[in-house]
Ligand binder design. Structure first.
Ligand code: F6P
Length: 560
């Protein structure tokens, strides 16, 4: 295991500390004095135009940030990841989500730990495509011979968030009359609500779980199976015999997992299962078989376009010098804000209603990856890690929380994401509504960067205490990401961008961004507390006083 380099002990860190000590950001002055700033800080990353010019950095700070990436070995660790080194040290695993989107026939071939990775990845993609074509064409049917109309993905975390986010984002590409739904929560409302209007005869369930041990997913899968059997029996489609129930599962359930033995134990024929591998982390798994629901809904071609988008960004990271490597630069900016300017959160604000789940997706990607207090060798971290990621689409957010970003006391760096072309071009009279939408995106980034001085407020006739209230300090950092349209390729590029931003920050902090031990304790305790909920007095007595009091409340209020 390589020892992590302590970023705080590097010369670059000392330089950045010195910059910070005399830091007086003034975006207005910087833009006025430097006509080349926008061009110098704007990059094309595949189809994405990324404008970093409204960030709180000058040339000296940027040079020191790039030096920090050099001195902490970001490029070397990226190369180690691509090559299949076991950089997930606590689980002794390679980290190879980038292999999932290598094009067929890529050279040189990737063989890791004796596995022909390219061969296996393409094999599963081909099997997924063939299955998707059968379902989409109507060749694969439910037990009564009806074409599948709804695919219900049952999974949670990485086995839910990516497909759910992309399904919403690429809804205009769902052209085969198949709609995907996503059940994740063990709250029984989720399954009940999402199946309430479905016809069991035209519904296909995908049980998606890397481990196939996750309590929520297996519980929901059993509930879904009961729902299917009951519905088919009510419709006289099956008689309830064991043989017909098994047949019903064979027609209406498929699985995605790395644990095909457990899939079989659940009762799903492994001929109807799609595998992946332990070197795909859950939150990096959307372009593995975990994306099966997307293949069914959007079709194999769109899915492969999505993968091509991911790959274009992987290539950029692998081949571009650090000083113009966009994900690396964005990761470095986050380090600057987090470790030097005290930012605790980061907003991601898509000007695209279709990206309504993008922030939720990024929360798992970034926070499960970099919410760590120890480094990859087990030693404590030497600086703050993992900021809180959050967001909502504009313009909704403008009417909710933007006030705090504009005039609050906390620094909140924000990424704005927008598309030149809408999915649905609508006109309000003569006015292009999408144009109006984009005017808001541009207005917000402008207001945040340049603010409004007291003199400007007074020049409009405002006087007294209102002047201060109406003044905007500006110098609120934003990155603008603009793309032609929200296509599968562009979405793949966007997701890969954030994967590699996360990676960059993780390397600088010396942490393993690919494990998630922090979620284990709660899972164990839930299993210990469940018997107490069900009335076991010993389990009740072994709880702490607060938990016992909450159990008391439950026992007195639960009806039935
Ligand atoms: O509990 C966290 C987690 O392990 C995530 O990392 C993962 O994406 C999710 O649970 C679901 O896990 P699985 O795909 O094994 O059901």
């Amino acid at each position: 295991m390589t020892t992590p380099i302590d970023a705080t002990a590097t010369p670059a860190w000392a330089e950045l500390t010195a910059h910070k000590n005399v830091f007086a950001p003034d975006l207005r002055a910087w833009f006025d004095a430097d006509p080349g700033r926008v061009e110098r800080l704007t990059f094309d990353l595949a189809d994405l135009r990324v404008d970093l010019s409204k960030n709180l950095v000058d040339a000296g700070i940027l040079t020191s940030l790039v030096a920090l990436a050099e001195q902490t070995g970001v490029a070397e660790r990226y190369a180690a990841m691509l090559a299949g080194t076991h950089i997930n040290t606590t689980e002794d695993r390679a980290v190879l989500h980038t292999a999932l989107r290598r094009p067929a026939g890529a050279e040189p071939k990737l063989v890791v730990d004796g596995q022909d990775v390219d061969h296996d990845v393409q094999g599963v993609l081909d099997a997924m495509s063939a299955f998707a074509e059968r379902v989409r064409s109507g060749e694969w049917t439910g037990i009564t011979g009806k074409k599948v109309q709804t695919v219900v993905n049952i999974g949670i975390g990485g086995s839910d968030l990516g497909p759910a986010m992309i399904s919403a984002a690429l809804e205009p590409y769902a052209t085969a009359g198949i709609q995907a739904r996503f059940v994740s929560n063990i709250d029984p409302f989720d399954l009940a609500h999402k199946t309430a209007d479905l016809d069991p005869e035209t519904t296909l369930f995908i049980v998606a779980s890397k481990t196939f041990t996750t309590l929520e997913t297996l519980t929901n899968a059993r509930l879904a199976r009961d729902w299917l059997w009951a519905g088919l029996q009510n419709a006289d489609a099956i008689d309830g015999s064991e043989a017909q129930r098994t047949d019903a599962v064979a027609h209406h359930f498929v699985a995605v997992s790395t644990a095909l033995d457990k899939v079989a134990a659940f009762g799903i024929d492994t001929a109807n299962a799609f595998g992946f591998w332990d070197w795909v982390g859950g939150r990096y798994s959307v372009d593995s078989a975990i994306g099966l629901s997307l293949m069914l809904e959007l079709g194999p071609d769109s899915f492969r376009e999505l993968l091509a988008g991911f790959h274009a960004v992987d290539e950029h990271v692998a081949t571009t010098p650090l000083a113009s490597n966009v994900p690396v630069l964005m990761g470095l900016l986050n380090v600057w804000y987090t470790n030097f300017l005290g930012a605790q959160s980061h907003a991601v604000l898509p000007y695209a209603q279709q990206l309504s789940r993008f922030a939720a997706y990024l929360q798992q990607l970034t926070m499960e990856s970099n919410g760590k207090s120890v480094r990859w060798d087990g030693s404590p971290v030497t600086t703050d890690t993992g900021e809180v990621f959050w967001g909502e689409p504009g313009t909704n957010g403008q009417h909710a929380f933007y006030q705090l970003i504009h005039q609050g006391t906390r620094l909140i760096p924000a990424d704005f994401i927008a598309f030149a072309n809408p999915a649905y071009p609508l006109k309000d009279g003569e006015r292009d509504v999408h144009g109006l939408f984009l005017a808001n995106f541009l207005a917000q980034t402008k207001a945040l960067a340049f603010g409004k001085t007291a003199a400007e407020v007074e020049a409009e006739g405002t006087t007294g205490a209102l002047v201060a209230a109406r003044t905007f300090a500006g110098n609120r950092p934003t990155t603008s990401i603009f793309a032609p349209a929200l296509t599968p390729t562009v979405l793949g590029e966007l997701i890969a961008l954030y994967e590699h931003i996360t990676f960059t920050q993780g390397v600088i902090w010396g942490i393993n961004s690919f494990d998630q031990w922090g979620v284990e304790l709660g899972k164990q305790l839930a299993l210990q507390i469940a018997p107490a909920i069900e009335g076991d007095d010993d389990a009740y007595a072994s709880q702490d006083a607060s938990t016992r009091a909450l159990l008391d409340y439950y026992r007195t209020h639960r009806q039935g």
